[in-house]
Design a protein around this ligand. Structure first.
Ligand code: F6P
Length: 364
């Protein structure tokens, strides 16, 4: 293969997830074999804004395939087009620092850049492509909500972690005859709640795409108690909301271009059930545990395939594209097509019907 570019950068942006290191390893090893130089940008776009980077050699990426997190660090608050800086009055103001990023990119001698991230990172990439940077995107997120790809690495690991937690909650729920409401991440998409819920046989799955009625959820719990199953497991996606109700917000991160952090649905549902139905209930928030740990073999394989395809796109000089999986095949689409969109669970997703058929309640 003829060498057209000689020095590439690589960064990981947004919330971390298992499999990021596997992509860094795949891209770097393939590039080094092709005699390219590889530069690791630290902490996502923040490293480009602050001019922080280091060379990556074979030893830097050796042994990291199975390691969670990212050796480069990440940041979900540094969109170069909307970078929050203190306003001097205790608040924040958003600035466009793309000129600075372009300058640092050239100063580092980069001829192309691989960005591994979710929708925020891809939106940032699209706005840097407009400024002439040669970028290839690789999709990641435990939420599986990136538009254009049917799967992202990190999701399978998070589903595995969440399903294991739900399995463990099962035994204590049964012992104490309780309702256990387990809150799962996923933002505005219910992929994680649905997949983990089905995998662990949750009795109720609450997800953002299906607004729920509290009365129906309570009726399901009472019915299980009447039938002698004296406990109920509820898997609740953090973005789930009652019919006509609002999503529950945990906090606003003012320095983030995407400031809303969801959270609190488990506590809300557990309290409602206890107060209305007099069934002892507990809320469990799984939180960032879902983003941690070693990637599953599935995610290692997907991340390696995605990373290698990103390298192929670089070599073919097909910039401004994001690697995707569509109909089981690895391909790519323009990054600009992805920016600002969210892939939610469609109403006709077959697993929903399968779950209903085995008695799962969605609260609708
Ligand atoms: O997008 C990944 C994710 O873990 C979401 O599921 C969750 O809502 C969010 O990030 C949490 O963000 P933070 O790490 O800023 O708390």
């Amino acid at each position: 293969m003829a060498k057209k570019i000689g020095r590439i950068g690589i960064l990981t942006g947004g919330g971390d997830c298992p499999g990021l290191n596997a992509v860094i390893r795949a891209v770097t090893k393939a590039a080094l074999s092709g005699r390219l130089e590889v530069v690791g940008i630290e902490d996502g776009y923040l490293g480009l804004i602050e001019d922080r980077h280091r060379p990556l050699g074979y030893l830097d990426v050796s042994g990291i395939l199975t390691v969670g997190g990212t050796i480069l660090g990440s940041c979900n608050k540094a969109d170069p087009a909307k970078y929050a800086v203190p306003d001097g009055k205790g608040g924040w103001v958003l600035r466009d620092v793309r000129d600075q990023v372009v300058e640092h990119y050239h100063q580092a001698g980069l001829e192309a850049l691989v960005v591994i991230g979710g929708d925020g990172t891809m939106s940032g990439a699209a706005k840097l492509v407009e400024r002439g940077l040669k970028i290839v995107g690789v999709p990641k997120t435990i939420d599986n909500d990136l538009w254009g790809t049917e799967i992202t690495f990190g999701h399978d690991t998070a589903v595995t972690t969440a399903a294991e937690a739900l399995d463990k909650v099962h035994t204590t729920a049964s012992s104490h005859h309780r309702v256990m409401v387990v809150e799962l991440m996923g933002r505005y998409a219910g992929w994680l709640a649905l997949h983990a819920g089905v995998a662990s046989g949750a009795d109720v799955i609450l997800m953002p795409e299906i607004p729920f009625s509290m009365e129906k959820v309570i009726a399901k719990c009472l019915e299980r108690h009447r039938r002698g199953r004296g406990f109920t497991i509820i898997a609740a996606g953090e973005g789930a909301a009652r019919v006509g109700g609002e999503r529950i917000v945990d906090k606003i991160v003012e320095s983030s271009p995407d400031p809303i952090r969801l959270g609190g649905i488990a506590k809300y549902v557990a309290t409602q059930i206890e107060e209305t139905a007099n069934l002892e209930s507990r809320a469990i928030v799984l939180g960032h545990v879902q983003r941690g740990g070693a990637p599953t073999p599935h995610d290692r394989v997907l991340a390696t395939a995605f990373g290698y395809h990103a390298f192929e796109l670089l070599m073919a000089e097909r910039f401004g594209r994001m690697v995707v999986q569509q109909n089981g095949r690895i391909d790519s689409i323009p990054i600009a097509d992805v920016a600002g969109k969210v892939r939610i669970v469609p109403p006709d997703y077959p697993l929903i019907a399968a779950a209903r058929a085995v008695g799962t309640c969605f609260g609708d």
